[in-house]
Design a protein around this ligand. Structure first.
Ligand code: GRF
Length: 200
């Protein structure tokens, strides 16, 4: 299966996918990595792995809609079976979603439907939950609201900071992502209402 991965930052989730794809039995290859900004470690990881990269910055387009159309064109050009938003800090929009939304998954560092948005680890800590985690979901037009592919639970420690909690979540998140994307690649997947199941 062909994977396109979109990143905005450190790219540790991308790295986990690149490492998994090195084994042919995993059943997937990363054919391109895209970003919404230059100079990030995620792009450097792709270059070190010999994977094609592209950068599309919102500020280089006339409008957010133009950027979204350019993004969907670039991604579709790589003919992906699955697109992984791996720490991609932009919402995809009205060009992207009808064309690629059903094959695009995003990872969120909380147990949906709790704590959507940009601050999942901080919001979980502030609320005082004892268990949080990470969620892989198929993108839709909401913020972290799409049908859930996989979730993993992570305990909150009494002395956690936002950083220590996010690091623990990211470790679990990478394992979940690699396992679920591998199944999507090898078995296919179907979205039925809010439910996602593996298998063609
Ligand atoms: C992940 O925790 C992701 O869920 C969140 O940002 C982090 C990205 O990490 N949206 P990385 O760039 O993959 O290292």
């Amino acid at each position: 299966a062909r994977l396109v991965v979109l990143v905005s930052g450190a790219g540790t989730n991308l790295q986990a996918l690149l490492d998994a794809c090195a084994d042919p039995a995993y059943g997937a290859q990363v054919v391109a990595v895209g970003a919404d900004r230059d100079g990030i470690e995620g792009l450097a990881r792709a270059e070190r792995a010999g994977v094609a990269t592209f950068v599309l910055r919102v500020e280089d387009h006339h409008s957010r809609e133009d950027w979204d159309a350019a993004l969907s064109e670039a991604v579709a050009g790589y003919r992906p079976d699955v697109v992984v938003l791996a720490g991609f800090m932009k919402l995809v929009g009205s060009s992207y979603l009808p064309r690629l939304g059903a094959r695009t998954v995003n990872t969120h560092p909380a147990l949906s439907p709790s704590f959507p948005g940009m601050h999942g680890p901080a919001d979980a800590l502030a609320y005082g939950v004892k268990v949080t985690g990470a969620t892989l979901f198929v993108v839709d037009d909401g913020v972290d609201t799409g049908p859930i592919v996989a979730q993993t639970a992570v305990p909150v420690a009494d002395d956690d900071s936002v950083e220590s909690l996010h690091e623990r979540i990211k470790t679990a998140e990478r394992g979940m992502l690699v396992e679920a994307v591998g199944r999507m690649a090898r078995e296919g997947f179907a979205v039925e209402g809010r439910r996602v199941r593996f298998g063609g």
